[in-house]
Structures are given as structure tokens and as C-alpha cells.
Ligand binder design. Structure first.
Ligand code: XMP
Length: 319
């Protein structure tokens, strides 16, 4: 039985062995996995690592700033922050199919990476925070051979043209182990304990077309929901909680007027690895409070629904 300290030491040796005196480029997504991978690799090879934060504008509220201040301010890591919101939003205009969204985002991510890799002066390795569940879910599920449920944008399909080898030090780990490794590496508890966030970001929480306006509406609703979850002391009991903005308009009434606005879906699940999940059973009074706040405070939403689907048969994300 390995302790996390031993795992860390072994991985650091392995990374040094693989990388030699080569240069590594690592994409930070804002999530825990890529952050832990980056800190681990930085500990192994120091400033041979450059982190690139491809800021696609599909992050949660305040997330981009947190990432930049943690890595530049706290860890003093070389970090390139590319603001490419425009590029992503214009490419996503008119795209409604979930797989096309994922493919576009994955491909564009890699394109931006390739540019940065050249800027850095020819990186030889690309580091990714791929976990064990990502590896198996992207390949197949138990219902049959090689059926892709959703293409994970951080796994596979790296164009040959990038001519870089992959460094994926978390490939054998489940999420709870990544968190333990993160703590072992001294990442702040609040950061390590954050709920998972998918690479394609808010784009897969906005069924239908993704626009800047919709992202802004969703960010506000999501922030209120998470604030209430934290205030109720429930954050750590939940694997993942987030709001979804539906492309469905319904009629409501506010003050003297009729409203005709979008529906917001709320999701919260418990899980140990994201592969199966149960619905989190909030009190009715909690959900009522969140719904009231969202409808009152977020312009563009006039109805809130709660998602009672477990995984399977549902997935955690809506796309
Ligand atoms: P699903 O929706 O497939 O999600 O039940 C399982 C877990 O994976 C996360 N997820 C992703 N993570 N890139 C990621 O890094 C992705 O493309 C992606 N899609 C889903 C999801 O948030 C959940 O934790």
C-alpha cells in the first residue's frame, strides 16, 4: 500500500526521467486536476515547465482571476494567460450540437496551445491532468465496445502535428486521490476541495447556442446557487453542483408585469469518481430560497427547476 507521499516522490522521479532537460507546457483549465498536475510537474522540473491558461471565457464567476493569482502570485510559476473569449464565442456561434461544441472547443484549445508552445520556444512535452475515469469513459462503457458517450476535450486526439509527447502523471488516480495529492503538494484546501469543472466549461451547461449574454446570465445564477450551498455548509457534502441555462422560455409574472424568460436548471450530485452519481436531496426550503433569489436577482431567468436524475441513466453534465 502506497502513501500519497510515496506516490508523489515516485511520480516526481518518473517525470524527471521522462522529461530530462526538455521543456514542458501545461494547460491550466481552472480545475483541480490540471492544477495538481502543474504543481507536481513544477516540483519535479521547476521552470522547465510553462503553464498556459487558455481563458476561453467559459469559466465560472471569478475563476480566471483565482487561477492567475494562485499560480503567479503564490507559486511564482511561469504562466501565460491567453484571453481568447472572442475566438471561442465567435466559433461557437450557431453551434447547438453537444458533440460539435466539444469538438470545436477541444480543437481550438489545442490550436491556441500550439501557438503558445511555439512562443515558449518549442516545448517537447504537453502535460495534462487526465484522470483514470477520463481514460476509461472516453474509450468505452460497459454497454458495448468502444462507444463514446462524450468526447472529453482533455483526452486523446492530440494532432500528430503538435509533435509533443504527453506527460500525464494523474492517469492512475481517481478524483479523491488527486485531492489528497494536491494537499500533499500544499495546494490550499479551498482550491483542492473545489467541485470538478469540465474542460468545455459553461458551453456544455448551456444547451443550444452559447452566447456571451447567456454565459453572463448563467454565471450569475451559478454563483448564487453555490453561495447558498456554501452558506448552508453543504459544499463539501456534494460532489458537484451547478446551474444550467435552458434555451426554453416560459411565461411568468413579476410585479404587475408578465415576463417571458429562460429556465434555469439546478444540478447537485454525490459521487466518488464521477462515473456514477446520486441526486443530492436538498430540503425543499433550501431549493425554494435558491429559486427565489435567482429569479429575483438574475435578469433573464424567471423559472428554476431541480434535476432529479441519477447517473446512470443521466450524465452529470447536461451535454
Ligand atoms: P458526465 O457528464 O459525463 O461527467 O457524467 C462526469 C464528470 O466528468 C466531468 N466532465 C469533463 N471533464 N472534460 C473534463 O475535464 C470534459 O470534457 C468533461 N465532460 C464532463 C463532469 O463535470 C463530471 O465531473
Amino acid at each position: 500500500d502506497w502513501t500519497m507521499a510515496e506516490f508523489k516522490a515516485a511520480k516526481i522521479a518518473e517525470i524527471r526521467e521522462q522529461v530530462g532537460d526538455g521543456k514542458v507546457i501545461c494547460g491550466l483549465s481552472g480545475g483541480v486536476d490540471s492544477a495538481v498536475a502543474a504543481v507536481l510537474i513544477h516540483e519535479a522540473i521547476g521552470d522547465q515547465l510553462t503553464c498556459v491558461f487558455v481563458d476561453h471565457g467559459l469559466m465560472r464567476q471569478g475563476e480566471a482571476d483565482q487561477v492567475v493569482s494562485l499560480f503567479r502570485g503564490h507559486y511564482h510559476m511561469p504562466l501565460v494567460h491567453r484571453d481568447v473569449e472572442e475566438m471561442f464565442l465567435s466559433g461557437l456561434a450557431g453551434v447547438t450540437d453537444p458533440e460539435l461544441k466539444r469538438k470545436f472547443i477541444g480543437k481550438t484549445f489545442i490550436d491556441v496551445f500550439e501557438e503558445e508552445a511555439k512562443e515558449v520556444g518549442g516545448a517537447d512535452f504537453l502535460a495534462q491532468g487526465t484522470l483514470y475515469p477520463d481514460v476509461i469513459e472516453s474509450v468505452s462503457f460497459t454497454g458495448g465496445p468502444s462507444v463514446t458517450i462524450k468526447s472529453h476535450h482533455n483526452v486523446g486526439g492530440l494532432p500528430e502535428r503538435m509533435n509533443m509527447q504527453l506527460v500525464e502523471p494523474l492517469r492512475e488516480l481517481f478524483k479523491d486521490e488527486v485531492r489528497e495529492l494536491g494537499r500533499e503538494l500544499g495546494l490550499p484546501d479551498a482550491f483542492v476541495g473545489r467541485h470538478p469543472f469540465p474542460g468545455p466549461g459553461l458551453a456544455i451547461r448551456i444547451p443550444g447556442e452559447v452566447t456571451k449574454e447567456r454565459c453572463d446570465i448563467l454565471r450569475k445564477a451559478d454563483a448564487i446557487y453555490l453561495e447558498e450551498i456554501r452558506n448552508a455548509g453543504l459544499y463539501d457534502a456534494i460532489w458537484q453542483a451547478f446551474a444550467v441555462l435552458l434555451p426554453v422560455k416560459t411565461v411568468g409574472v413579476m410585479g404587475d408585469g408578465r415576463t417571458y424568460d429562460n429556465v434555469c436548471g439546478l444540478r447537485a450530485v454525490t459521487s466518488t469518481d464521477g462515473m456514477t452519481a446520486d441526486v443530492y436531496p436538498f430540503d425543499a426550503s433550501f431549493l425554494t430560497r435558491v429559486a427565489t433569489r435567482i429569479v429575483n436577482e438574475v435578469k433573464g431567468i424567471n423559472r428554476v427547476v431541480y434535476d432529479y436524475t441519477s447517473k446512470p441513466p443521466g450524465t452529470i453534465e447536461w451535454e
